[in-house]
Design a protein around this ligand. Structure first.
Ligand code: ZN
Length: 302
């Protein structure tokens, strides 16, 4: 192990926190399995003195010769100042200069980064996007985000608001979306929308995973709902290809875990529909639920 190149990535989630210590040189794209030094999870602290309790959970990282860290949170962050602007799921962090608070307690610089963007950069550089000059990474979860990673960074946009592909309307007369528009991509394939629609159909509480399981078992209504979802996703992917001409499209996030029902049919629909456009590879993500922690590791090195 090259001691001085250890970095720690902290993915602070709404309920659980993932910590990844990796041996990674600046500018390197290591094979991730070889780069892992240690990793662990713990419940995200709540209640009184959460920052001190968070630092307590992280005390074990001092066993490793770490030179820098990165931390991601779900919410709006000011990456330049290292301050959390607003986190709906972790409200105790609102206004906290999390980067410097952790730096004080851990003794090395800690950089705060946006969770979705960090995960996309990791997937592009270390996961399915390895070997491509650039890639567009879609994260399908409760919400839907996209990020175009070119070089080592995802494009942030003039207002740090790039990538809201989930809220491009596909059907102005369609279902109302939480954003105020109608027929957004999210109303077709967002996790909450799929769960709600399947719950209404079977008349009991259900999750998106239940819907995919029913589809796999051959339920025609489930298959129709999934088919509608991937048709909408394929339409969005075609828009991305037309706009950005990326070298690869990577589809990740919890919804994409049903790869046979989501990624493969979406790719087929895109390739059937393209006329003059390019046909970039459409791939499932590889880093899974550790993508955010890898993104934090990558942020730490820069
Ligand atoms: Zn919307």
């Amino acid at each position: 192990m090259r001691a001085s190149t250890c970095r720690v990535g902290i993915d602070l989630g709404a309920t659980s926190t993932k910590v990844l210590i990796a041996d990674i040189r600046a500018g390197e794209k290591p094979a991730i399995a070889e780069a892992v030094v240690d990793r662990f999870t713990f419940p995200t602290p709540r209640g009184s003195d959460p920052i001190d309790r968070l630092a307590g959970h992280l005390a074990g990282v001092a066993e490793h010769p770490i030179s820098a860290g990165g931390v991601t949170i779900p919410g709006i962050v000011d990456e330049d100042s290292g301050r959390v602007v607003r986190s709906v799921n972790l409200p105790w962090l609102d206004g906290v200069a999390l980067g410097s608070a952790l730096q004080q307690r851990l003794g090395f610089p800690v950089r705060l980064v946006h969770d979705g963007r960090a995960a996309a950069e990791a997937e592009a550089l270390l996961g399915a996007g390895r070997g491509f000059a650039d890639s567009f990474v879609l994260a399908l979860g409760t919400g839907i985000a996209g990020a175009h990673v070119e070089g080592r960074r995802a494009r942030r946009g003039a207002n740090a608001a790039a990538g809201e592909v989930g809220h491009i309307s596909q059907d102005p007369g369609g279902r109302p979306c939480g954003c105020g528009q109608h027929g957004c991509l999210e109303t077709f394939i967002g996790g909450t929308y799929l769960a709600n629609r399947w719950s209404a159909h079977i008349d009991r509480p259900a999750t998106a995973r239940d819907l995919f399981e029913a589809g796999r078992a051959g339920d025609p209504a489930a298959l129709e709902m999934v088919d509608e979802a991937t048709t909408a996703l394929a339409r969005s992917v075609l828009g991305v290809i037309a706009t950005l001409d990326p070298s690869a499209i990577i589809i990740g996030g919890g919804i994409s875990a049903a790869r046979d029902l989501v990624v493969t049919p979406t790719a087929h629909k895109v390739y059937r529909s393209v006329t003059f456009h390019a046909r970039p590879p459409i791939l499932g993500a590889e880093l899974g639920r550790w993508a955010g922690a890898w993104g934090a590791v990558l942020a730490a090195e820069s």
